[in-house]
Ligand binder design. Structure first.
Ligand code: PAY
Ligand code: ZN
Length: 311
């Protein structure tokens, strides 16, 4: 078969990912905790892995990573699995990941939109939104990355339920967005870095996407993203654009990254992983390892930068 490779070099159906979460916790109880933060519209659990190292000082800072807000962006959940596996395998072996885990707890939500992800495996590979039905609407699905309270439902999103960027009935009307928002609200004093994984376009974005306004620490965010993009270029000979979302990709109000930033998490990024459009959302499994290694390089660069800044 073409897509041989390891477990992490393949895409997995939702049930396999749930199984993987349990097995990962079971095999590494000293490093991994599983936290239920809520459930999806179709009542699937939203499970977060908490990774912690042994060293460092207490109380710990933390970072958050979510994958799979958008159902069709399969490389995104694949990255979350890749990252967790890397962190477990190389903790206490490779200096940078050891420093990250000794300085911060890492919360990883591998599939933020499980109903949508399931639907892309069974019915429509190009589905983006979640699968909620609101009685007053003709179409199912809200764009979870338009459902957060950051200039909610303004230009760059749609109030029509049948559109791909439908913003929902009100901010956090969707259980998946609400669960993430509740978790981050209750951990806002420890979470210093917010990362959201998407595809495609090869970009490292930071606030704001919900307006053309400049973030108060724009300079700092830009430098972190630049350093990360330079490392990707150097190690993987690939180009990632970086900049504020609205000016780099397009206006996208109601996004989780801007919402987290406004909550007070001053280091907030959205990564757009491979590719630049040749395969788009249908990135072949052969390209998973390179896409994930690039993103991992960017993640580590930014996380180490944030650890220095928040000491
Ligand atoms: O924060 O600016 C942001 C997020 C922008 C993303 C969005 O939510 O629209 C960008 C798109 C995404 O990953 O969902 C890009 C892809 C290619 C799309 O579907 O347009
Ligand atoms: Zn997306």
């Amino acid at each position: 078969p073409r897509s041989s490779g390891s477990y992490y070099e393949r895409y997995h159906p939702l049930e396999d990912i749930y199984h993987w979460i349990n097995k990962t916790k079971h095999d590494h109880p000293e490093m991994v905790e599983v936290i239920l933060i809520g459930s999806s519209y179709e009542k699937r659990p939203l499970l977060v892995l908490k990774l912690s190292g042994k060293g460092g000082s207490q109380p710990k800072r933390a970072m958050w990573i979510d994958c799979g807000i958008h159902a069709r962006e399969w490389i995104s959940p694949a990255f979350c699995l890749w990252f967790v596996n890397y962190a477990i395998d190389f903790y206490n072996i490779v200096a940078d990941i050891t420093e990250i885990l000794d300085s911060m707890d890492v919360y990883v939500l591998p599939v933020m939109n499980p109903d949508g992800y399931k639907y892309t495996w069974t019915t429509n590979r190009m589905w983006r939104k979640n699968r909620s039905w609101h009685p007053e609407n003709y179409c199912p699905g809200t764009d979870l990355n338009r459902n957060f309270d950051a200039n909610w439902c303004t230009e760059g999103s749609s109030s029509r339920a049948c559109d791909e960027t439908y913003c929902g009935l009100f901010p956090e009307s969707e259980p998946e967005a609400e669960a993430v928002a509740n978790f981050l609200r209750s951990h806002k004093h420890t979470v210093k870095l917010y990362l959201s994984m998407h595809s495609y376009s090869q970009m490292l974005l930071f606030p704001y996407s919900c307006s053309y306004q400049e973030a108060s620490n724009h300079q700092e965010l830009n430098e972190l993203a630049q350093e990360a993009a330079q490392k990707i270029r150097m190690y993987y000979r690939n180009t990632y654009k970086y900049g504020a979302g609205a000016r780099t990709i397009y206006l996208a109000p109601g996004g989780s990254d801007d919402w987290a930033y406004k909550l007070g998490i001053k280091y907030s990024f959205t990564f757009e992983l491979q590719d630049r459009g040749r395969y788009g959302f249908l990135l072949p499994p052969e390209l998973i390892s390179k896409a994930c290694n690039e993103a991992l390089t960017a993640l580590k660069t930014i996380a180490l930068g944030v650890i220095k800044k928040t000491q």
